[in-house]
Unconditional design. Structure first.
Length: 353
């Protein structure tokens, strides 16, 4: 646990110290997110805050992590580097969605080959398929969630805190180290991205959102619970990361219903935007979603000790809440002013959705 505290503290300090440097670099290079009708900020904001998070994460792990799990740590770091580089290039020059998908699948394959893989079934092709779907899905869900100051970074921090707690409870050394590094990097970045009294001074960009999603997806796969059956414990990371999964589902269903491409059409139709349309301020919406993430984390902790019957009864309740909330929010599209957007032909996709 001492190493984990060192990893957390060093990642936190590095993120706080490096973020202003990459912010200045992004401004000089013109790598900024400009205001648009579909966005909530009113002035150009420097991207690349995710570069500081990535550097804080990697340096803290390389200096203080236990070398016992080196092959799997190497797989996580190489995969995270690939998606971070892809995100950096997308922030700078723009990338086709297909190319980003190829990079994400390649990074997920590296995870699988390093031993960080879903192990639910005896059939290896099925486990490989589930690993790829999970990693690519969560990576993109955090990218879509990055649509309001402090949202993606804060939700990632909450998830990382619960992953750290569960890893400590189950003596999962690698998961604890990775979680501590993510938590420190997120909190250090949030110092500049979620100020209660002023707008964000820097955005994480695709480089940060994809990096966070990839690492949290890897944590969800790697976490093991030896005191309970896999028939129960597979639910834990799904519940833990339930908020970005729900937001992605909401956006996809809403856009398909409106006859839009859910992957390439930008819009203010995320869960956070809907909460603002219902009367909340942006900060209130983000804080509410932090609370939802925390509540899901506590449910995940309960599942670690739940019996098979208890877990699946709770799973049915959560699924019903998920479906009802999704249906009600989609049906409120027109009432909340979420209609088919009049995007300019050829306008680039918004960062984070």
């Amino acid at each position: 646990m001492g190493n984990d505290m060192l990893i957390f503290a060093s990642a936190l300090a590095l993120a706080i110290g490096v973020t202003p440097l990459v912010r200045s670099m992004a401004l000089r290079a013109g790598i900024v997110d400009r205001p648009a009708a579909r966005k909530v900020h009113l002035t150009p904001k420097p991207l690349l805050g995710g570069v500081a998070m990535y550097l804080a994460f990697v340096v803290a792990l390389l200096v203080f992590s236990d070398r016992f799990n080196l092959p799997q740590l190497f797989g996580v770091l190489v995969g995270a580097t690939l998606v971070a580089l892809s995100g950096y290039w997308d922030d700078w020059r723009g990338l086709r969605p297909l190319f980003k998908l190829v990079v994400q699948v390649s990074a997920a394959l590296i995870l699988y080959l390093s031993g960080v893989q879903v192990l639910l079934f005896r059939a290896e092709p099925v486990n490989l398929f589930l690993t790829l779907v999970w990693v690519v899905g969560i990576t993109n869900s955090f990218n879509l969630l990055d649509n309001m100051d402090g949202l993606s970074g804060g939700v990632a921090a909450v998830a990382a805190a619960f992953f750290l707690l569960l890893a400590a409870m189950n003596k999962q050394i690698l998961v604890a180290s990775l979680s501590a590094a993510v938590l420190g990097a997120c909190l250090g970045f949030l110092r500049y991205n979620f100020n209660p009294f002023s707008p964000a001074s820097v955005f994480m960009g695709d480089v940060g959102a994809q990096f966070l999603g990839f690492v949290l997806a890897a944590l969800g796969i790697k976490l093991r619970f030896f005191g309970n059956t896999n028939m129960v414990t597979w639910m834990i990371p799904v519940v833990m990361l339930g908020l970005p999964v729900f937001d992605t589902s909401l956006v996809v269903v809403s856009r398909l219903r409106r006859g839009l491409n859910p992957l390439t059409t930008p819009g203010k139709d995320h869960l956070s935007h809907r909460l603002v349309a219902m009367g909340m301020t942006q900060r209130e919406a983000v804080l509410v979603l932090y609370l939802v993430s925390g509540a899901l984390g506590m449910v995940a902790v309960y599942l670690t000790q739940a019996s098979l019957l208890e877990a699946y009864l709770l799973g049915v309740v959560l699924l019903l809440v998920y479906v009802v909330a999704l249906a009600r929010l989609v049906m409120l599209d027109r009432k909340l002013g979420i209609t088919t957007p009049r995007e300019v032909a050829g306008e680039p996709t918004a960062k984070g959705g």
